[in-house]
Design a protein around this ligand. Structure first.
Ligand code: URQ
Ligand code: ZN
Ligand code: ZN
Length: 533
């Protein structure tokens, strides 16, 4: 039988398999019609040998003029005058800053919300991040009907097209024994070390104090960070009704319905409950002086509270919500709302002095068609703004160029502190021997201009439209590969890695000692003898 003469099957099948894989990876790496601006694919996932020469290497603890040698995705050495052999890509960084890639602690990619889905998914959102100098983000998993495991599976599936490293926080939207058990699973099996509780969005994501208390205690026992969206959801619902009753149905009604006092009240309440449980608390998207001052007071009293302002709250004010053009006004609708001018400057000052610790974006982008869902009623406008591509440039221009912040503090608030809080430092958030080679080169003498026409988000609008500034990220290196250079992205869907985050980060150091001191201070129960009477 002639067949026997043929070569054994395994090799043919194997070859076919390789050919099939290459054809897929080449065909899928260029989703049609995505952001034609300076985009090309790189099928080879080879990691490069790279020498970054003569730049000022900035870490959160110091800056130095030094070379950085990268191999196999890892920083091998950081010192002056590194000599290398051939086949090494040399990047001249003279006169430029060489910094850890940004880490965005707060994003929502491909999130189902308010009757639609955020316009950026793990491909477009991450590609935009890399073009803006952010090399890792931590997204929020939303449970499926309250089920954490189902939520986790659905987000791991969404992340299959990832082009950079990412991690997950988990939202808690209902409480029962199953959820409590699943939280253990998320921490011990799935590398999640933080859970978010929404005190607003009545009727969808909102939870009540009883659940928040349960959640805080569970987080403590697991060594997980409790995160809160702090607004009084009941009062917000009242505020919304008040505006509608007044005939105020436009985007300006969104800001008027949830004033800073409702953010301050919920922030104070969450802080006091976390104090009662004695567990670290992380307040997301701090948008007002009211919330910031509650955090400042708690930290001054020695409580472990982390405050996260976001780019929109630091850079924008709410005058846009009164813009006569609906599409323009609606794109600025997010919660808590962007505040009146003055809150932005106060949040900048708090960030530059350490009252607030790190900067996120809360990137939750909806295009103008999606935002039009609320054209008759601001309560139906999908809440959220963009920022994942703009954060690093906006904070450099607003905080460093203005002299409010040093370059080492810039690295701390855009990268290192996030890595430390979520316990992945110094693998992430640093340019140290052994760290992942996630690095950006920022040219302080170049400038940037933001426009929806040139950004990498899928959205047709941008809340920073027309903003210009000093300082430009010219090169982004992710996992030891140059993924952004000369305005061109070189990304490969599926190359992004899920980063597991272990529990009991630095914020938990000594918590049990404080508990022991508390129990010792109780001086109870009092042993009483039954009185004769
Ligand atoms: O509240 C959040 O963080 C999500 C739902 C994003 N939207 C927003 O308006 N902040
Ligand atoms: Zn929120
Ligand atoms: Zn958010």
């Amino acid at each position: 039988m002639a067949i026997r003469a043929r070569r054994p099957l395994r090799s043919d099948a194997f070859l076919l398999l390789v050919l099939f894989l290459v054809s897929i990876s080449c065909s899928t790496s260029e989703p049609q019609g995505f952001c034609a601006v300076g985009y090309e694919s790189d099928c080879g996932l080879s990691s490069e040998k790279i020498l970054i020469k003569g730049g000022t290497v900035v870490n959160a603890h110091r800056k130095e003029v030094a070379d950085v040698y990268i191999e196999d995705g890892i920083v091998v050495s950081v010192r002056p005058n590194i000599k290398v052999g051939d086949h090494v890509k040399i990047i001249d960084a003279t006169g430029k800053y060489v910094m850890p890639g940004g880490i965005d602690p707060h994003t929502h990619l491909e999130m189902e919300f308010m009757g639609t889905v955020t316009i950026d998914d793990f491909f477009t959102g991450q590609a935009a991040a890399l073009a803006g100098g952010t090399t890792m983000h931590i997204d929020f998993v939303i449970p499926v009907n309250g089920n954490l495991s189902a939520g986790f599976e659905s987000y791991m599936n969404k992340a299959k097209k990832a082009v950079m490293d990412y991690g997950f926080h988990m939202a808690i939207t209902k409480w029962d024994e199953g959820v409590s058990k699943d939280m253990e699973l998320m921490v011990n099996e799935h590398g999640i070390n933080s859970f978010k509780f929404f005190m607003a969005y009545k009727g969808s994501l909102m939870i009540r104090d009883e659940l928040l208390l349960q959640g805080l205690q569970k987080c403590k026992s697991l060594g997980a960070i409790a995160m809160v969206h702090a607004e009084n959801g009941d009062a917000v619902a009242e505020g919304q009704k008040r505006m509608i009753d007044l005939g105020i149905t436009g985007p300006e009604g969104h800001a008027l319905s949830r004033p800073p006092v409702l953010e301050g009240e919920a922030t104070a309440r969450a802080i006091r409950l976390a104090n009662f449980v004695n567990t670290p608390l992380y307040v997301v998207h701090v948008m007002s002086i009211d919330a910031m001052e509650e955090i400042a007071k708690a930290r001054k009293a020695g409580q472990r509270v982390i405050g996260e302002p976001v780019a929109s709250g630091l850079i924008l004010d709410d005058s846009w919500l009164w813009h006569p053009d609906y599409t323009t006004a609606a794109k600025y609708v997010m919660s808590p709302p962007i505040r009146t001018s003055g809150h932005d400057k106060a949040l900048q000052a708090a960030l530059s002095t350490g009252v607030l610790q790190l900067v996120g974006t809360d990137h939750c982008a909806f295009n103008s068609t999606q935002k039009a869902l609320g054209s008759e009623d601001f309560r139906k406008i999908p809440n959220g703004v963009n920022g994942i591509e703009e954060r690093m440039h906006l904070i450099w221009d607003k905080m460093v160029e203005s002299g409010q912040m040093t370059v080492t503090d810039y690295v701390r608030v855009t990268s290192t502190e996030c890595a430390k809080v979520f316990n992945i430092y110094p693998r992430k958030g640093a340019i140290l021997e052994g760290s992942d080679a996630d690095i950006i080169i920022l040219n302080p003498n170049a400038s940037f201009k933001i426009a929806a026409a040139s950004h990498h988000s899928r959205s047709d609008t941008n809340v920073y439209e027309g903003t210009k500034g000093k300082g430009k990220v010219e090169v982004t290196i992710s996992q030891g590969r140059v993924v952004y250079e000369d305005g061109k992205l070189k990304v490969t869907p599926g190359s992004g890695r899920y980063i597991r985050m272990p529990p009991f980060g630095y914020l938990f150091d000594g918590i049990e000692k404080a508990d022991a001191a508390y129990f010792a201070s109780l001086n109870a129960p009092i042993q009483r003898t039954k009185s004769a009477a």
